[in-house]
Design a binder for this molecule. Structure first.
Ligand code: ZN
Length: 276
C-alpha cells in the first residue's frame, strides 16, 4: 500500500489496483493537493504492470462534495504535468490556465489512461465530484448515491469538465444544469450514466468483482477496446465540445468578475441552500 495525505493506493485483488480518496472528514472535497496526489496515484497504478484494472473509491459517507473553494494553495508549489503556464498572470489568463491544468487537463489525462477504470461511488457526488466519476470508464454506485451539478446558480455553465450530454444524454443533462437537482442512482442507471446500482453494504464487493473479472483479460486487448470506444466518442466531437464549453465557462467567470467582483455569483450559495 502507498499512502499520500489525501489518497492511498492498494492492490485488493489479482490484477486490480485501487485508489481511495481519504479526506472523509471534509466529504472528500478536492483541494489542489488532493488533485495532485490523485494524479500521482493514477500514474503509479497505470505504470504498475500487475494492474490491469483501476478502481477509484472514496472513504466516508460521500464520494466527493466537489472542489474545495477555500483552498489558496499556490499551484506552482505542486507538480505541473500539463503544458499550461503563467498561472500568476493577471486577468483571465492566469485563472484560465489554472483550471485548464488542474481540472480539464487532469480529467482528460485520467480519461485516457490505457487501462480500464471503475468509479466506486457512495453518497453525494456534487459538481467537481462528477469530474472524478465521469472520466472513469465504468461506474458502480450504491442505491442512495446522488449526482448533481448545481453551479449554474453561480452564473457559470456547469463544472469545468463539461461532458454532461455525453454522460447523461442531452435531455437529462439540461435538466441537471437548469434545475441544479441531484439525480438518483436509479435515474442515473435508467439514463445509462452508471453501469450498476447495488446496496451500500455490497458496493465494495460488487466493484472489486467487476474489476477482477475484467483483469482476467489480456492488458493490450483491454487497452485497444478502451481506446476504440474513446475514439468513437472523440469522433462525435467530445474533446472539441469540452474545450468549447470550457471557453464559455470562462466567459461566465469573467462576467461574474465584472458584475459581482468575484469569479462566481455570490447569490448562488443562498439559492442552493434554499433548495436543499
Ligand atoms: Zn471554473
Amino acid at each position: 500500500m502507498t499512502e499520500w495525505e489525501r489518497v492511498r493506493f492498494d492492490k485488493p485483488a489479482p490484477g486490480v489496483g485501487r485508489i481511495t480518496l481519504t479526506r472523509a472528514e471534509a466529504a472528500n472535497a478536492q483541494d489542489y493537493l488532493m488533485i495532485s496526489q490523485l494524479n500521482e496515484a493514477f500514474d503509479v497504478a497505470a505504470r504498475d504492470t500487475d494492474v490491469r484494472c483501476i478502481v477509484l473509491a472514496a472513504d466516508g459517507k460521500h464520494f466527493s462534495s466537489g472542489h474545495d473553494l477555500r483552498d489558496e494553495t499556490d499551484i506552482e508549489d505542486l507538480p505541473i504535468v500539463g503544458t499550461q503556464c503563467h498561472f500568476g498572470a493577471e486577468g483571465a489568463e492566469g485563472y484560465m490556465a489554472k483550471e485548464a491544468e488542474l481540472y480539464v487537463g487532469m480529467c482528460w489525462r485520467w480519461r485516457n489512461i490505457p487501462k480500464p477504470t471503475i468509479a466506486q461511488v457512495q453518497g453525494k457526488v456534487i459538481a467537481g465530484g462528477l469530474m472524478l466519476v465521469w472520466p472513469m470508464d465504468l461506474i458502480v454506485c450504491s442505491e442512495e448515491a446522488t449526482f448533481a451539478d448545481p453551479v449554474v446558480a453561480f452564473g457559470v455553465n456547469g463544472h469545468e469538465y463539461f461532458t454532461h450530454p455525453y454522460e447523461a444524454g442531452a435531455r437529462l443533462a439540461k435538466e441537471m444544469l437548469f434545475t441544479g437537482r441531484a439525480i438518483t442512482a436509479e435515474e442515473a442507471l435508467r439514463h445509462g450514466m452508471v453501469n450498476k446500482v447495488v446496496p451500500l453494504d455490497e458496493l465494495e464487493e460488487a466493484t472489486l468483482a467487476m474489476a477482477a473479472h475484467i483483469a482476467k483479460r489480456p492488458m493490450f486487448g483491454l487497452t485497444l477496446a478502451k481506446q476504440s470506444v474513446n475514439n468513437s466518442l472523440d469522433a462525435m466531437g467530445m474533446y472539441t465540445a469540452i474545450q468549447s464549453a470550457f471557453g464559455l465557462h470562462h466567459v461566465g467567470h469573467n462576467h461574474n468578475q465584472r458584475v459581482h467582483g468575484s469569479l462566481v455569483d455570490p447569490a448562488g450559495v443562498q439559492t442552493i441552500r434554499d433548495e436543499a
